[in-house]
Design a protein around this ligand. Structure first.
Ligand code: C2E
Ligand code: MG
Ligand code: MG
Ligand code: MG
Length: 275
């Protein structure tokens, strides 16, 4: 519920009690220099999209996930886990997210052009993007620019967006599904996991978080959780993807458990596109 707590803290007014922590100044400085660097990063060409393959059970590449990279002139390489939250807080995620969508569509079209049979492209979407009224149009335009169909695209959403503007989110999801766009719940099982949204929202895919996949070998609990997620997904007619597959043993296990797709360092790391 950390996200919810943060959300509440942001919504909260003057009456909020804030505790001083010694490390806050340093962290605050790092964050604001990141904010400064991130502004203009697009224009300076510091943002790049890399791609990680998704494999079917036979090991064939079927899809790719677009993942953003930032090589900052001032700060060096910064992980998306660090700069995406800053981009979200500052609103920079809107132009950056549009850039990623467009780049990912361009790359899928280029692969198709080169005769590579990649079924679809997966793109991560932040709540701040998805709650905007123009989001569906942004997606439609990216697809049209590269003559792609809705079914060529899968959007990866997180459970944390579902607590915000449920009605708007559900309406946008329905519009995207009507276009054929697939909707995946990323990092499934680690968010504010409430299962009720799966009853009503038109999700197509569950991505089992890599913490479960990576615990498979040591923890019978993790095994049963992944087993249950696969059963839940399949009972609802959804595809299940296992992310973070790093070892042959994990691959065997998730295949055994019946996931449709696997993704992870074992079979493919994120990298610049090769045609
Ligand atoms: P995610 O969407 O869950 O992406 C998967 C992350 O797991 C990627 O990290 C990927 O490199 C990493 N990964 C894949 N296979 C393995 C594995 O076998 N082992 C391990 N240890 N890690 C693996 P990355 O690229 O650093 O991205 C981190 C997160 O940043 C993403 O998690 C996503 O939430 C966010 N992100 C990245 N690009 C974008 C973007 O364009 N837009 C938005 N909104 N978020 C993004
Ligand atoms: Mg993802
Ligand atoms: Mg993921
Ligand atoms: Mg993840």
């Amino acid at each position: 519920f950390a996200d919810l707590a943060m959300y509440r803290a942001k919504q909260g007014g003057k009456n909020n009690v804030t505790f001083y922590a010694p490390e806050m100044n340093a962290a605050g400085t790092a964050r604001s220099s990141m904010e400064v660097g991130l502004r203009g990063a697009l224009e300076r060409g510091e943002l790049q999209v890399v791609y990680q393959p998704l494999h079917d059970l036979s090991g064939q590449v079927r899809g790719a996930e677009a993942l953003l990279r930032w090589h900052s002139a001032a700060l060096g390489h910064v992980s998306p886990a660090t700069f995406i939250p800053v981009a979200e807080d500052t609103g920079l995620i809107i132009p950056i997210g549009t850039y990623v969508l467009n780049e990912a569509c361009r790359q899928l079209a280029a692969w198709r052009e080169a005769g590579r049979p990649i079924e679809r492209m997966s793109v991560n979407v932040s709540p701040a993007q998805f709650v905007r009224d123009d989001f569906v149009d942004v997606v439609r335009r990216a697809l049209q620019s590269w003559r792609l169909q809705g079914r060529d695209l899968e959007l990866e959403l997180t459970e944390r967006m579902i607590i915000r503007d449920v009605e708007g989110v559900s309406r946008r999801m329905a519009e995207l599904r009507a276009m054929g766009v697939r909707l995946s719940i990323d990092d499934f099982g680690t968010g504010n996991s409430a299962l009720n949204y799966l009853m009503t929202l038109p999700v197509t895919t569950l991505k089992v978080d890599r913490t479960f996949v990576q615990a498979l070998e040591d923890s019978p609990g993790a095994y049963r959780i992944v087993q249950a997620i696969v059963a839940l997904g399949h009972a609802l007619g959804l595809d299940v993807v296992a992310e973070g597959v790093e070892t042959p043993a994990q691959l065997l296990q998730v295949r055994d458990l019946g996931v449709e797709r696997t993704q992870g360092f074992l079979l493919g790391r994120p990298g610049p596109p090769r045609n």
